[in-house]
Design a protein around this ligand. Structure first.
Ligand code: SF4
Length: 489
């Protein structure tokens, strides 16, 4: 079985590369070249691709638009397959490019299988979560690790988070931290290493794991078990020591023909984000960087979709290609449907803002289109182009009649957009009722605003039918102004 990476290295353009090119408005050859360099990853397990009407291939890399992931999954406290399927639907509806099933409770196999067969976007997992169901982490054997990875690969999982980069030597570095280790996978493996006085089994088994992943073309998402859990621990020696090991594993994964993404922090002060992104790109030879936020301040539990979206925009601008969403429930509880929506939308905003700033072809077009609809007070188009059309419509309709040429923010008389539009219409000769009538409908503040605007005055010969109409307009306007202000020509 050939992986996307192996095919690209041989110069072959796969149907998945062609589809990514089509979705991104790029050329298949450009996508192939990026995959061959390891800078673009197409997570597409052969088993998931083989399921009819299922996976629609997408790509992750700096050469194309920034992608976002939504985490879902049941917990031992709350589990329902139907609820997870509903979360998947919501995540995709609001724009998630991939979804990770992080279930640690409920019927894990059935949940995973149903999510994969239902999903048009790649599904990722953290296999160690399943490995410890029904057993203590200390009892986990190499054989059981490989068996679990093989089973999930066979089920069609498109990418695995494996914390293979956190080594025994790194553990003392975390002891100096304020928050210690905060990655679930990282701490489980730290416990295993401490108990057995042995190296990380994921690191030791890396070549065997790679062989399984190559067989199904599952992509690595090399987990950051040492990711900082607070600003005080950001960019410390523990984080960067692991990053150097992750860089080594990038080259080993590619040598094995397996696609690879690298995971990153976590919690990072805003001013340190650029350095983190550039260091990863340099050490990991351009392998796509997948970051969780990062959260830029620790003081806003309940609003971490915002604290992290700020960091995510900076991360995507400076080098990340894949953003893992954070929901308002971060640090507080299991996300529910509304949290999934809030997190996905926050991250679509973060990714798009970075793409606009990176001047990616076509990114700004969306902004310009919605701005044109806004300037024309075309509410239907405004809603249709909105990132979350339902929310935009709901907020508008709550206080304003649906067909009004203003909204409840300023009201009719003070709607600057409406006044600007009216002026443009007059100048373009679109006003059919005649200027005098139109001016008579304006309130004094509107007329004043109109006059203060630069450009042609409403009584200009270019916008009035004849001298008589121009005089009528002047009369109406000068009632509200000093003669010195007149701009007529
Ligand atoms: S009323 Fe105010 S906020 Fe609403 S469209 Fe007009 S200018 Fe914009």
């Amino acid at each position: 079985m050939t992986t996307q990476y192996q095919a690209a290295c041989r110069g072959e353009i796969t149907p998945e590369m062609a589809r990514v090119a089509e979705r991104e408005g790029s050329s298949p050859e450009a996508i192939r070249a990026e995959v061959a360099e390891g800078r673009l990853v197409i997570p597409a397990n052969k088993r998931h691709l083989g399921q009819e009407g299922s996976l629609d291939p997408m790509g992750i890399g700096r050469a194309i638009t920034t992608k976002i992931n939504a985490n879902i999954g049941a917990s031992p406290v709350r589990s329902s397959i139907d609820e997870e399927l509903a979360k998947l639907d919501w995540a995709v509806q609001f724009g998630a490019d991939t979804v990770m099933d992080l279930s640690t409770g409920g019927r894990l196999d059935e949940t995973r299988e149903r999510l994969i067969s239902h999903s048009t976007v790649p599904i990722g997992t953290v296999p160690i979560y399943e490995m410890i169901v029904g057993r203590r982490i200390e009892d986990l054997t190499h054989k059981e690790i490989l068996a679990c990875i093989e089973k999930q690969a066979e089920q069609g999982v498109d990418f695995f988070t494996l914390h293979a980069g956190v080594l025994r030597e790194h553990l003392p570095l975390a002891a100096r931290r304020l928050a210690g280790m905060v990655s679930r996978g990282g701490t489980l493996l730290a416990r295993w290493m401490t108990y057995h006085s042995r190296q990380n089994p994921m690191y030791e088994l890396f070549d065997e794991i790679s062989a399984i992943m190559r067989e199904y073309d599952v992509a690595y998402s090399l987990g950051d078990g040492m990711r900082p859990g607070c600003l005080a621990d950001a960019s410390d020696e523990a984080q960067f020591a692991e990053l150097r090991t992750l860089a080594e594993l990038v080259f080993r994964a590619r040598a094995a023909g397996v696609q690879v993404i690298v995971e990153g922090p976590g919690h990072v002060p805003f001013d340190k984000i650029e350095h983190n992104m550039k260091l990863q790109a340099e050490l990991c030879d351009g392998a796509p960087f997948y970051v969780l936020g990062p959260i830029v301040t620790d003081v806003a539990p309940g609003y971490d979709h915002i604290t992290s979206a700020i960091g995510a925009t900076a991360a995507a601008y400076h080098g990340a290609s894949f953003l893992c969403y954070v929901t308002p429930k971060e640090h507080l509880g299991l996300p529910r449907l509304e949290d999934v929506r809030a997190g996905v939308v926050a991250y679509k905003i973060a990714a798009h803002a970075a793409d606009v700033a990176r001047d990616l072809p076509g990114a700004r077009q969306w902004d310009d289109e919605i701005s044109r609809a806004r300037a024309a007070l075309d509410w239907s188009k405004h809603f249709a182009l909105a990132m979350d059309p339902e929310m935009a419509r709901e907020l508008h309709d709550a206080d304003t009649p649906k067909d009004a040429d203003f909204c409840a923010m300023c009201g009719h008389a003070w709607c600057a957009v409406r006044m600007s539009k009216a002026m443009k219409d007059w100048k373009a000769g679109k006003e059919t009722d005649g200027l005098e009538d139109a001016l008579a409908r304006l309130s004094p503040p509107e007329l004043e605003f109109l006059h203060r605007r630069r450009g042609l005055a409403p009584c200009h010969s270019a916008v009035t039918a004849d001298a008589e109409e121009a005089r009528a307009v002047q009369k109406a306007v000068t009632a509200l102004q000093s003669p010195d202000d007149c701009e007529c020509g």
